[in-house]
Design a protein around this ligand. Structure first.
Ligand code: PMP
Length: 364
């Protein structure tokens, strides 16, 4: 008799699942969620809209999530000024699923995906779990900010000639934005790679940062992925989306499971999008808190990386794992992303921020 360990796909043997700790702590600033609850006016709208669709749950949902696509396209048009149509928009249960759809459609056995480490840990995980060979590319390690160097990126794209390339702007876990010029150079360095720009945190960017959505016209291998989990303060709703060429999104219909977005998910996401300004109301406050976190850490003699996201990568810890534990002992849960001497801390409420800085000061 074979054991289950022997029966499981060989590449899964000994692997560990994604596992940011979910602990009951006073200050949870480890997964870059919003610390602010959904505003009451949106809660009321969600309750009304879900009640309205409840009786129709005997039927499958709109497979093409038409209204949701239209609202998402409208949001992109309004915030980027670019002509994005509903046919150019795709959505799924979190941008993780959106990314998985891309890998399922364009990656797979015998194909390669390239990313530039450190970056979002799910890019390699989703690639490898779907049979795609992952290549851990380099950023510019010398910059101290983990910037992605254009020349280095182009050289790696040419050398590995991947079918898929992931870049992340602002980058998780470093918080740094990518110049659109580098995205263009990466795109032009290949004539076949699908280039995914993961813009999960773009709404938190400082003034002057431009979305890669502006590069979409005429580039049918370019994809910009987004999420409602961060700036929209809607992580529990599980709604991610992307913008790409209409032909690209059409191909994703080949790999999605039928009716992947439930009627409830669609109703809830549409309700939030109808209240976009209310949902995004705390973004400016979070940016202020983030900048205060950078300043506060610098004042403690640490080395925070200036951030365009809702989190800060902080360097300067002798022993990051020991500091992570010492913070947890004080009720503060941050993220050890595996970069020596660094921890990643989300910008919570001003009160949470103060608690983080107080705890750091105590430990120092
Ligand atoms: N991209 C990046 C860069 C992220 O950091 C995250 C979440 N941590 C995601 C995508 C996925 O978020 P979600 O599935 O909630 O949309």
């Amino acid at each position: 008799m074979s054991t289950l360990q022997e029966l499981v796909r060989p590449e899964l043997r000994g692997q560990t699942p994604y596992g940011a700790p979910q602990l009951d702590v006073a200050v949870a600033v480890n997964t870059n969620e919003s610390s602010y609850p959904v505003p009451q006016v949106v809660v009321d709208q969600i309750a009304r809209d879900v009640a309205e669709v409840a009786a129709s749950l005997n039927r499958y949902p709109d497979r093409e999530f038409t209204r949701l696509r239209t609202l998402l396209a409208g949001y992109l048009v309004r915030t980027t000024g670019e002509p994005v149509t509903p046919e150019q928009v795709w959505a799924a249960n979190g941008s993780n699923e959106v990314l998985q759809h891309i890998v399922q459609a364009f990656g797979g056995a015998g194909r390669t995906a390239l990313g530039f480490t450190p970056s979002y840990s799910m890019h390699p995980l989703i690639s490898e779990r779907n049979g795609t060979t992952w290549v851990d590319g380099l950023r510019d390690a010398d910059s101290g900010r983990f910037d992605l160097d254009g020349d280095l990126a182009v050289e790696q794209v040419r050398r590995h000639d991947p079918e898929l390339i992931f870049v992340c702007s602002p980058n998780n876990p470093t918080g740094t934005s990518l110049d659109l010029d580098v995205v263009l150079r990466v795109y032009d360095a290949s004539d076949r790679a699908v280039v995914v720009v993961d813009e999960a945190y773009t709404e938190f960017s400082r003034a002057g940062t431009q979305s890669a959505v502006s590069l979409l016209p005429g580039r049918d291998r370019l994809v910009v992925s987004r999420t409602m989990s961060k700036a929209f303060a809607f992580a529990g709703a599980r709604l991610g989306y992307l913008a790409a060429a209409a032909e690209f999104t059409d191909l994703l219909r080949l790999v999605r499971l039928p009716y992947h977005l439930s009627t409830v998910t669609q109703a809830v996401a549409c309700a939030a999008l109808e209240h976009t300004d209310t949902m995004l109301a705390m973004v400016e406050q979070i940016k202020v808190t983030r900048d205060e976190l950078v300043a506060g850490c610098a004042a403690l003699g640490l080395q925070p990386v200036p951030s365009d996201a809702n989190f800060v990568l902080v360097g300067g810890f002798d022993d990051a794992a020991a500091t992570w534990q010492a913070l947890l002992d004080r009720g503060v849960l941050v993220r050890d992303v595996g970069i020596p001497h660094h921890l990643r801390i989300s910008a919570g409420t001003p009160e949470e921020n103060d608690a983080v800085l107080r705890a750091l000061k105590e430990i120092a």
